[in-house]
Design a protein around this ligand. Structure first.
Ligand code: SF4
Length: 107
């Protein structure tokens, strides 16, 4: 099993326990998983393709995919993770969901 297939299988199991699933947008999922495979190859972990690393390991571990447990309230409010790789299990149309900065949410 290659890394991308492994991520798909392993991450899918983890996020299912959190009430999420992969986005139905298969092209987006493929692109983001490809990016994570490359980030792992370069930097040693499948960091988020959509969030910048700080260089401080303890901080950066909070954006290793799937980062949902660290940002649960924020992502639950959007019904998606920041990249949109994962959506809530009841979401059929990911295009109806948008990124909302944490500062704009009343959490
Ligand atoms: S925002 Fe989504 S794709 Fe990015 S690390 Fe978090 S869970 Fe993974």
């Amino acid at each position: 099993m290659d890394r991308k297939a492994l991520f798909r299988e392993r991450f899918g199991r983890i996020v299912a326990l959190l009430g999420y699933k992969f986005s139905p947008d298969e092209e987006l999922v493929n692109d983001l998983l490809d990016a994570e495979v490359e980030l792992e190859r370069r930097y040693g972990a499948p960091y988020c393709p959509c969030q910048g690393r700080t260089g401080v390991r303890s901080e950066d571990m909070r954006i290793v995919c799937p980062c949902i447990p660290y940002h649960r309230a924020h992502y639950d409010a959007m019904k998606r993770c920041w990249c949109g790789l994962y959506v809530h299990q009841d979401v059929d149309d990911p295009d109806a969901l948008t990124q909302i900065p944490l500062s704009e949410l009343d959490l």
